[in-house]
Design a protein around this ligand. Structure first.
Ligand SMILES: *[C@@H]1O[C@H](CO)[C@@H](O)[C@H](O)[C@H]1NC(C)=O
Ligand SMILES: *[C@@H]1O[C@H](CO)[C@@H](O)[C@H](O)[C@H]1NC(C)=O
Ligand SMILES: *[C@@H]1O[C@H](CO)[C@@H](O)[C@H](O)[C@H]1NC(C)=O
Ligand SMILES: *[C@@H]1O[C@H](CO)[C@@H](O)[C@H](O)[C@H]1NC(C)=O
Ligand SMILES: *[C@@H]1O[C@H](CO)[C@@H](O)[C@H](O)[C@H]1NC(C)=O
Ligand SMILES: *[C@@H]1O[C@H](CO)[C@@H](O)[C@H](O)[C@H]1NC(C)=O
Length: 648
């Protein structure tokens, strides 16, 4: 099985025009094996149209990021917990002078005078407005206009080349083989199309209800639920406190923080938080999250339905309740009402060094601010303006195959930087078992369809620098007080899990994953999953994701999904940070090297029943030890607290 893109190191064609100065031979830099589903190549792009060409410069020292991160995150390291400042991170990874000069020199030789090329202030990018003709000559590509089934147009090429001596200095070029993987929720883009010169596409919106990882509704709750005896049918905060032993009153709340990320137009309703508080969480009554607006984000109230309010109401009701009313929860409301935003837009706000100048990172994936569309946010892009919370939970996601390896790797490294700064980053692992969002599976040519047969892992679940959270449920007719109350979630949703096709296995999970593969080898041909044992496996942990009672639009509804599991886990880790901060210790930061280590053996409740079906299979099995359904298991707060308090 292969991803949709191959980075070949074959020699490509020499430059088209013989009048050009002789440069080193061009080599293929990125190539797409197929056009994504729904898109058709329509016509050659006009040769005199202007393309905003952007060269993402290779970051310095990025190849050592794993080493740096383990140095502060591995429990055996003498530097455990000695996190870096944002400035340390920016300095360490800024593009080298050599990379900048190499790219500028090459552009100049290619006929782009120095004055036309701009280097971003963060030194991450070189930007040049070039005609299609110039661009095609520079990167030896053919730019076409592609049309989506919905009528939306996009400019791309299917392969491009760079001179051999430039390749190691450039991560990728935009626009190129990168497609808008998911569509903007606005289907009427033609009417509101802004007068952008080259103007192809509005950025897409990952917060789209139903395409990102969204919780699923199981209908309304009509009876009164308050009994811990009912946890197999209704999850309420008391069930989670009992299951995970979360009995803790925070004391270092002024030093601590917990951030929950929501993507507009997803929004919470104040009245829903109050309704939930009245029934289940009196100490959060009257409380709202502390909202940090990123790129014009605000909790819109114009449209109200499960799809608009379900995710945010769920995340905040459970997140706020479990950290208690004493600990303020930060809401990162990301993206404006028109374009929405992507994970990169959020990351830009946390880390200025990840930003680009004048707008989004990738015109095809990320939103542009100020928003060029009517009614959009006209303020400047948030770039290094937001201090990251100690724990950040996100319940949205892509499929790995939606993104190019370069795009995914670049973003993944950004999570490692947050880890270096002592931030714990959690993502829900997906709700479709071994299939991707929307139950899509991969085909041998890298496309994703409902009838594909190859497992389709989630992103950033496969990024080795985040903690991926799968879902469990209380077994039917089982008390939360029984010895093994939970199994993998098999009601309404299936826990996302499996093996990456892009990312190699990180050292911290090698032992756990090889134990699983040796003792419980999955009975599937290696043509439908990455059976090499050499790729990043996920999820890392799990938490309950079934039958949550959530107040949504004035009614209690049952909600399912790894969308539940991530904010609940985040709340638990936030309480551990509280205890560590109170003891004068650092935050727990990037937890994976710690939780897989022998010091933490038994600190998660091992889940050994259930599977995560998808792609016409039963999926993988939950087994003793780590497994690609529930990871290491669900949190056992007292054990985790004790183990983390023993670390420096
Ligand atoms: C399996 O994963 C590894 C590491 O992520 C990758 O190098 C390899 O190409 C993948 N295999 C397939 C068939 O995709
Ligand atoms: C919430 O509380 C009200 C008032 O006590 C009660 O009528 C209602 O049934 C409760 N809802 C749930 C889901 O427990
Ligand atoms: C709200 O719903 C209307 C009607 O369906 C739609 O046109 C509009 O774009 C929606 N607004 C948002 C913020 O999603
Ligand atoms: C799979 O579905 C696609 C449409 O999504 C269709 O074109 C194709 O023929 C189907 N393949 C098989 C083997 O059924
Ligand atoms: C548990 O009970 C629910 C509701 O009766 C049912 O839908 C589900 O299939 C049962 N799950 C298992 C694993 O038996
Ligand atoms: C629990 O067990 C009882 C009696 O065996 C059965 O009637 C009921 O459907 C079960 N509940 C679930 C949720 O499976």
């Amino acid at each position: 099985m292969r991803g949709p893109l191959l980075r070949l190191v074959l020699l490509g064609l020499a430059l088209v025009s013989s009048a050009e100065p002789l440069l080193s031979p061009h080599v293929v830099h990125e190539r797409r094996r197929s056009v994504p589903a729904g898109w058709t190549r329509t016509r050659r792009h006009a040769s005199d149209a202007v393309l905003p060409l952007r060269f993402a410069l290779a970051q310095q020292n990025i190849g050592s990021i794993d080493e740096y991160l383990l140095d502060v995150a591995h429990p055996e390291s003498p530097n455990y917990g000695k996190h870096w400042t944002a400035g340390d991170v920016a300095r360490k990874f800024a593009a080298s002078e050599e990379s900048i000069v190499t790219v500028l020199d090459w552009l100049e030789q290619g006929g782009i005078e120095r004055g036309r090329a701009r280097v971003s202030t963060t030194r991450g990018w070189v930007h040049v407005d070039a005609t299609v003709e110039e661009a095609e000559r520079l990167v030896n590509a053919e730019y076409h206009v592609y049309t989506h089934d919905t009528g939306k147009e996009h400019i791309a090429c299917e392969a491009y080349h760079l001179p051999e001596h430039v390749t190691s200095h450039v991560d990728f070029v935009l626009p190129s083989v990168h497609f808008d993987a998911k569509l903007s929720r606005r289907s009427d883009t033609s009417e509101s199309q802004p007068p952008l010169s080259t103007a192809d596409q509005p950025a897409h919106n990952i917060g789209l209800p139903g395409v990102g990882i969204s919780p699923k509704s199981g209908g309304k709750v009509t009876e009164t639920v308050s009994e811990v005896e009912q946890c197999d049918e209704y999850i309420t905060p008391i069930c989670l406190r009992t299951l995970y032993g979360l009995d803790y009153t925070p004391v270092a709340t002024d030093k601590n923080s917990y951030g929950i990320v929501e993507y507009t137009p997803q929004a919470y309703l104040w009245t829903d938080l109050q309704m939930f508080a009245l029934n289940y969480s009196l100490d959060t009554l009257g409380k709202a999250p502390y909202m940090v607006s990123i790129d014009g984000g605000y909790p819109q109230t114009v449209n109200q339905s499960f799809d608009y309010n379900g995710e945010s109401d769920l995340d905040l009701q459970y997140g706020m309740t479990l950290v208690t009313g004493a600990q303020t929860v930060t809401l990162y409301q990301t993206g404006d009402i028109i374009e929405g935003a992507s994970f990169n837009n959020f990351l830009d706000a946390l880390d200025g060094s990840y930003c680009t100048f004048e707008g989004g990172d990738d015109y095809t994936q990320d939103s542009i601010f100020p928003d060029p569309y009517p009614g959009g946010y006209k303020g400047p892009e948030d770039c290094g303006t937001v201090k990251p919370a100690n724990v950040i939970s996100t319940s949205y996601g892509y499929n790995e195959a939606d993104l190019t390896p370069f795009y995914a790797e670049r973003q993944c490294a950004e999570y490692a930087k947050l880890g270096l700064m002592g931030v714990t980053v959690l993502y829900s692992s997906g709700d479709d078992g071994v299939a991707g969002n929307g139950d899509l599976c991969l085909n041998p040519d890298g496309t994703q369809t409902a009838n594909g047969t190859i497992f389709d892992p989630s992103f950033p679940g496969v990024c080795p620098y985040i903690t991926s959270v799968g879902a469990t449920q209380v077994k039917n007719n089982t008390s939360v007080y029984s010895p093994q109350p939970e199994m993998a979630c098999m009601e309404v949703i299936y826990s996302g899990g499996g093996f990456s096709n892009y990312f190699p296995i990180p050292s911290y999970q090698e032992e756990a994953v090889s134990y699983y593969l040796e003792n419980y080898p999955p009975d599937y041909p290696p043509t439908i999953w990455n059976a090499t044992g050499k790729s990043r496996a996920f999820p890392d942990i799990a938490a309950n994701g079934a039958n949550y009672v959530v107040a949504i639009d004035g009614e209690f509804e049952l909600v399912y999904g790894t969308s539940c599991s991530s904010p609940v886990s985040g709340a638990i880790f936030t309480m551990i940070n509280d205890a560590r901060l109170a003891a004068g210790k650092s935050t727990i930061g990037f937890i994976n090297p710690t939780i897989y280590s022998s010091k933490f053996a038994g600190a998660f409740n091992d889940i050994t029943e259930g599977t995560n079906p998808g792609c016409n299979t039963e999926g993988f099995n939950a087994t003793p030890g780590w497994d690609p359904v529930t990871g290491l298991g669900t949190p056992n707060f007292p054990k985790l607290l004790a183990a983390w308090l023993e670390l420096p």
